[in-house]
Every structure is written in structure tokens, then in C-alpha cells.
Design a protein around this ligand. Structure first.
Ligand code: TYM
Length: 324
């Protein structure tokens, strides 16, 4: 399989990114051809993105991904804007993408709802995302659940292109893992994300004391008595525990919950301990990578490999649509 996925350099990597996508990126490196992209063009759609911070954020994210286990010997890791073919293909795909489909994108509706000024790239975002994937003719895309609708759109765009210009692109399928939908600990009705503010996510490299505080103050039951079903907050804590703790530990707590004997304090303390154990190797590796200082070199080599594939696809696309 050829795997492609992307992540925005918009601040610290959080455990939603890790358990929702990056962990799968790492596993898929075995036996597949993987291309992983730091999507800085996408980050520009965010009005808060500041030029000097974007530069640091790309580098920081590259080191974070390497620390998580992305292996530059096996996978291509690069920054989107180093391969301008992404935007060239985006324009061409825009000519087969449906305006009506784009108006139905949930992420656009959510992101534009609380903004006075809405830049047009925010609306066009899914077309660039389709270009990212199709440029490499990737057939599988590991993502969290929030990206599934964008992938459906990428499939529709591939289908329309193939119909109008002849069979060119495979229709990419999402790969979803167990952690595909991690919710905010402070507001378990919304997904964990950076945009809601620091209380709403746990950063992979965050100081231990701060992680402990966030886990301890996680929202549990609002208007529910223990033993009566499971509130979104408790369900989210169990989902996280399942990702980091052995099955027997999870089962013990589930049993206590069913019996109405669960103490949230114990559940949180255990979650914290197992979460830190899962994150520790990543945090240590991140420190070593800082000292080795190879980030820029790895990204430059990655961009070169990505561009070779991108150029071939664009040669074919230009010929198909009649530009060459
Ligand atoms: P981004 O940068 O918001 O997130 C990167 C990856 O992390 C996943 N994720 C989550 N998974 C589970 N629970 C959460 N709370 C959570 N928050 C984030 C996301 O689903 C994603 O897989 N548009 C994309 C970036 C992108 C892309 C692409 C992805 C651009 N081009 C091509 C795949 C293919 C985005 O903003 O992801």
C-alpha cells in the first residue's frame, strides 16, 4: 500500500494527534511505502498563524514526529510548501470539485461559525487536502475521525477527475485506529484540539505536573450518579485508559463502574500513571533529537524524494487535462 497523511504545524502535538493518527503512521511503516507531510499551506488558512511561529512550529513538529517513531530511512517526511506541485494540482482538482460538496463540509462550518472574516482558502481547504493525497496516488490515509469527511471528498474528486480525464487516481481510503476520536478532558462533548485552548488538550511534551493536573481535573459525571450508564467524560477516560493500560487494569475499573463502586480519583490516577509510561520513551527521544540537530537535513531529503513522485504525477496530469 502507498500511505499518505498530513498534520498541521499549528502548535504542540497532543495525545489526540498521537493516538488518533501518528501511532498508526508509525505502525504502517512496516511493509508499506509511507509519505508523511507537515502541511504548512493548510496552517496558513488559520488567521492566528504568525510567520515567525510557523517556521519554528514546522521544525518542532518534525522533531515531535521523529520522536514518535517516524523513521526517515523508511518513510518520506517533508514540509508541504517545499513541493509546490501540491498547489498546482489543487487548482486543477478545483476544476472538478463540486462547490455544493464544499459547502457541506462540517469542519468549514464549525471553523467559520465564530469568525467575522472568513478567508476563502478555509473553504477551499478540502481540495488542497485531496491534492496532497492524490499527488502521490496514495490508496490509504491514516487519520482521526474528524478527517473522514474530507477523505470522502477526496474520493469524490478522484472519481470526477477519472471520469472526465481518464483513469488516473486511486480512490483513497481512510485507516482509523482505536483512538480515532479523543475528546477534550475539560469538555468531553468536543474533540481534543489545540484551537480550544490549553485546558482542552494534553501535549506530548508537556511538563508532567501540568498533565497530572489536567487528568485530575477531567470532567467526569455531570448530573449522572455513578453506576447509571457512562457520561461522555468517563467514557473518554476509559477510551484513553484502553489505549495505554493492560486489559486487566481496564477490566477492573469497568467492573467497578458497573457495580457503582468506581472512584474517579483512582481511575484518573491510574490513567495518569499509564499515560506517562506510554509517553516517556517519546519524550526522552525528543530530547535526544534536539541534541542531534538533524531535523532540517531530514526534511530536505524528504522533500527531494516527495518531489520526484510529485513531478511524475504532474507530468501525467498536465498531459491528461491538455496543458501539455
Ligand atoms: P490535524 O493537523 O488537525 O490533525 C492531525 C491528525 O490528528 C488527528 N486528530 C485526532 N484524532 C483523534 N482525536 C482527536 N481529538 C484528534 N485531533 C486530531 C486528525 O484526524 C489528523 O489525522 N486536514 C488535516 C491535515 C491534512 C491531511 C492531509 C490529513 C492535510 N492534508 C492529507 C490526511 C491527508 C488536519 O488538519 O489534521
Amino acid at each position: 500500500m502507498r500511505i499518505f497523511s498530513g498534520i498541521q504545524p499549528t502548535g504542540a502535538l497532543h495525545i489526540g494527534n498521537y493516538f488518533g493518527a501518528i501511532q498508526r503512521w508509525v505502525e504502517l511503516q512496516k511493509g508499506n511505502e509511507c509519505i508523511y507531510c507537515i502541511v504548512d499551506y493548510h496552517a496558513l488558512t488559520n488567521e492566528d498563524t504568525v510567520p515567525a511561529e510557523l517556521r519554528t512550529a514546522r521544525r518542532e513538529l518534525a522533531l515531535g514526529l521523529l520522536a514518535c517513531g517516524i523513521d526517515p530511512e523508511r518513510s518520506v517526511l517533508y514540509v508541504q510548501s517545499a513541493v509546490p506541485e501540491h498547489t498546482e494540482l489543487c487548482w486543477i482538482l478545483g476544476c472538478v470539485a463540486s462547490y455544493g460538496d464544499l459547502t457541506r463540509m462540517t469542519q468549514f462550518k464549525q471553523k467559520s461559525a465564530d469568525q467575522e472574516f472568513i478567508n476563502s482558502s478555509l473553504f477551499y481547504y478540502p481540495v488542497l487536502q485531496a491534492a496532497d493525497i492524490l499527488l502521490y496516488k496514495a490508496d490509504h490515509v491514516p487519520v482521526g475521525e474528524d478527517q473522514v469527511q474530507h477523505l470522502e471528498e477526496a474520493r469524490r474528486i478522484a472519481r470526477r477527475f477519472n471520469f472526465r480525464f481518464g483513469e488516473t487516481f486511486p480512490e483513497p481510503e481512510p485507516i482509523l485506529g482505536e483512538g480515532a476520536r479523543i475528546m477534550s478532558l475539560a469538555d468531553p462533548e468536543r474533540k481534543m484540539s489545540k484551537s480550544a485552548g490549553p485546558d482542552h488538550y494534553i501535549g506530548l511534551m508537556e511538563p508532567e505536573g501540568s498533565i497530572r493536573k489536567k487528568v485530575r481535573s477531567a470532567v467526569t459525571d455531570v448530573g449522572l450518579t455513578p453506576g447509571q450508564g457512562m457520561s461522555p467524560g468517563v467514557a473518554n477516560l476509559f477510551s484513553l485508559l484502553e489505549l495505554v493500560a493492560p486489559a486487566d487494569v481496564v477490566e477492573t475499573f469497568r467492573h467497578q463502574h458497573r457495580a457503582g463502586k468506581l472512584l474517579y480519583k483512582d481511575l484518573k490516577e491510574n490513567l495518569f500513571t499509564h499515560l506517562m509510561a506510554a509517553l516517556r520513551p517519546i519524550r526522552e527521544r525528543r530530547q535526544e533529537l534536539e541534541e542531534a540537530g538533524r531535523g532540517d537535513e531530514i526534511l530536505a531529503a524528504g522533500a527531494e524524494r516527495a518531489r520526484a513522485i510529485a513531478r511524475d504525477t504532474m507530468r501525467e496530469v498536465r498531459a491528461r487535462v491538455g496543458l501539455d
